[in-house]
Design a protein around this ligand. Structure first.
Ligand SMILES: [Zn+2]
Length: 454
């Protein structure tokens, strides 16, 4: 943006080792941080700041939240899948999702994804891993659907990682896909072609067997080989009891245990959900080797259950908004915290710390991102991307609080309007909960929804 400074002075910033005051942040033209340092002495006075060309911000800075699991088009299901039908469960939700997929085209995928990505940014997510499995909407070629996702992220100004999902089977016994799953089907050589396109784009690449029911052992070995030593790997695991039983019957182990025995899990593995994890699987997660991706509001909305984080306190975990019943990272963390408190029957669920619960959860969920995102995101340090949020120190809910208290107040009760700025690669994408491109995003979304609901 013309005239915009590529640096400023934050009154406080949450850095990898905790809170610091008077932090100078600068970034280069490619959007990577080049300076993150605490200024000593009398820094902070307006005259001093001007002398080094820095604007002083009106509130504290925290790293933007990486959204580690998204199916962007699923936001269009909101309101239609929350039915008070006593027989409603995950599988009936899935049938309704399939009906929407039947009506999609690449143009609708673009419009739905662009708005959803835009709302994510306005709410505090600065990057997203799109777990992309609708490869043939309306019978289109997989390349067209991928381009719709890439274009949507450009319009929304969000940092993107795309996982072109391998989805080949209806269950882990190898049953053929049903009619409504045909839009998901991908040959292995098509995954290779999509991966090449992504590598040549502005997005990062992740590889993803959909789940141990939709990809078999050979498929997963194929993707792990394709991933080499640095590409992230994402997979849905242990989401439903029926899926865990099937996996045990067909592969001899539950999903997380099978993956660990077969591949030796590490932080590049993003294991999504884990809600039905057995004790053996909890022990694997608690080792801190794989990255657990919790999607708390989706898991609660679907009645899947709650991941018992108190039983794997050393797990490395981040968050995803998955079906997008909520697009707010604060709400995901709030759900995690309330789950821990309700389970423990007390408010103090962490070891004593100088940081309050909200800041602590924010730090935990952002810092795990790089190996599963493919971007150096989630931390304010030199070399990382300049993706961050500026809290509005004058917002009614935040005024008069310390920076640490502000983050917790925002996580527990705040709204997107409390975010004075959201920046991706140093560029302002949203102010006070309003996306810079909202006119176009909203108009496209409305048109898409009229088509889908018409
Ligand atoms: Zn998912």
């Amino acid at each position: 943006m013309s005239g915009e400074s590529r640096g400023f002075l934050a009154p406080a910033a949450l850095l990898p080792d905790g809170w610091h005051e008077n932090v100078e942040l600068r970034w280069n033209g490619d959007g990577f941080l080049t300076t993150v340092k605490t200024r000593s002495g009398r820094s902070g006075s307006p005259a001093d700041d001007l002398s080094v060309g820095l604007t002083r911000l009106a509130g504290p800075v925290i790293a933007g939240m990486p959204n580690l699991h998204s199916h962007a088009f699923q936001r269009s299901l909101l309101g239609r899948v929350q039915r008070p039908d006593p027989g409603d469960d995950f599988w009936s939700w899935r049938r309704l999702m399939y009906e929407t997929v039947d009506a999609l085209t690449p143009d609708l995928v673009y419009k739905l994804s662009a708005w959803t990505f835009g709302e994510m940014v306005a709410s505090g997510y600065t990057s997203v891993v799109e777990f992309h499995y609708v490869h043939r909407p309306g019978g289109a070629a997989p390349a067209e659907s991928l381009n719709a996702i890439l274009e949507a992220a450009r319009t929304a100004g969000i940092r993107l990682t795309v996982a072109p999902v391998l989805y080949r089977w209806a269950d882990s016994a190898g049953s053929a896909l049903g009619r409504q799953q045909r839009a998901f089907y991908l040959e292995r050589d098509e995954v290779v072609a999509l991966a090449e396109t992504i590598r040549g784009s502005a997005a990062a690449l992740a590889l993803a067997p959909h789940s141990l029911r939709a990809a078999n052992a050979d498929d997963i070995h194929f993707l792990v080989d394709l991933a080499g030593r640095s590409t992230p790997l994402h997979v849905h695991v242990s989401e439903q009891p029926a899926e865990v039983r099937e996996c045990r019957n067909n592969l001899g182990f539950t999903p997380i245990e099978w993956l660990d025995r077969e591949f030796g899990l590490n932080p590049r593995w993003g294991l999504v959900h884990g809600t039905q994890a057995t004790q053996t699987e909890l022990d694997i997660l608690d080792s801190g080797r794989p990255t657990l991706i919790l999607c708390p509001t989706t898991e609660h909305d679907l009645g899947d259950g709650r991941f018992p984080l108190e039983k794997a306190p050393s797990a490395n975990w981040g968050i995803g908004s998955d079906s997008h019943v909520s697009l707010s990272p604060a709400e995901e963390l709030r759900t995690v915290l309330y789950g821990l408190r309700a389970s423990a029957g007390k408010r103090a669920v962490f070891e004593a710390s100088v940081m309050s619960d909200g800041a602590r959860l924010w730090q935990a969920a952002t810092s795990v991102a790089p190996p599963v995102s493919g971007w150096p995101c989630g931390e304010l340090r030199v070399g990382a991307v300049a993706d961050f949020l500026v809290l509005d120190g004058e917002a009614p809910d935040l005024v008069g609080l310390t920076p640490d208290e502000m983050v917790t107040a925002w996580v527990l009760s705040g709204q997107a309007r409390d975010l004075a700025e959201v920046r991706v690669g140093g560029t302002i994408v949203s102010r006070r909960g309003l996306h810079e491109n909202r006119g176009r995003l909203d108009a496209d979304w409305r048109q898409a929804m009229r088509t889908l609901r018409g």
